[in-house]
Write a protein that binds this ligand. Sequence first.
Ligand SMILES: [Zn+2]
Length: 272
Amino acid sequence: MPELPEVETIKNDLLPHLLGRCFTAVNLLWAKSVKKPPAKEFCSILIGTTVDRLSRRGKYLILRLSNSYNLIIHLRMSGTLLLRRSNAEPDPYARVIFDLDDGNQLRFCDVRKLGTIYLVADEKSIIHDMGPEPLEPAFSAEVLKERLKKRTAPIKAVLCNQKVVAGIGNMYADEILHNVKIHPLKKAAGLSDNEIKKIYKATINVLKTAIENKGATVSNYKNPSGEAGTAQDYFKVAHRFTKPCPTCGPEITRIKVRGRGTYFCPKCQSAD
Ligand SMILES: [Zn+2]
């Protein structure tokens, strides 16, 4: 599932191709991808507008339009955004195709059809109750400590909670916890100040490194040019079940934490 580094990569890659471009048509091949407003309204509000700004909040990609509406996209499990020439081969899992005034198309492709698209005047009607952006200067060890102190859930689950910190999901939470040698089931509220400081630093390092590697491709994720990311090549635990821990040797274990598949090293991330 695309997380902060993947969505940030998509935003950065799309930016030069979408800024100032006008939507000339939209084709809803799977209309249920659009959650708001109804399909007809969606098309009439969108067509003829230009893209004024692209931003990201957590795992959401936000296109600010010239009519003050926001086109908000969440890729969920398997969504990707591809930029193609309008006469290029069809993509098998294209669900929504946006035609641009330069002959390009932005194609929202989604194997599992779980991705969501909104077109709303008020961004906050969709994106609310979200924790701080981990790569913004306002995020600090103190901020993290404050947000963890009353959470009795396992730290793995808390790091994935968008209300606590924005943008972190399954893969990067596992990588962060391996980086700081903390067991994923340890209670968030039971972490020492020193452990929180380490988690804070690891969060920034892990996410920045993944962005430098253009995100991780473990299943469907591709950047807008259709290329895979390489961040997964540097993963130490995520999706590395039974492979040796690069830090200390034993096989990576997999457990479920609040329903999420969780990878960790039983030795360097021991519970005691
Ligand atoms: Zn280890």
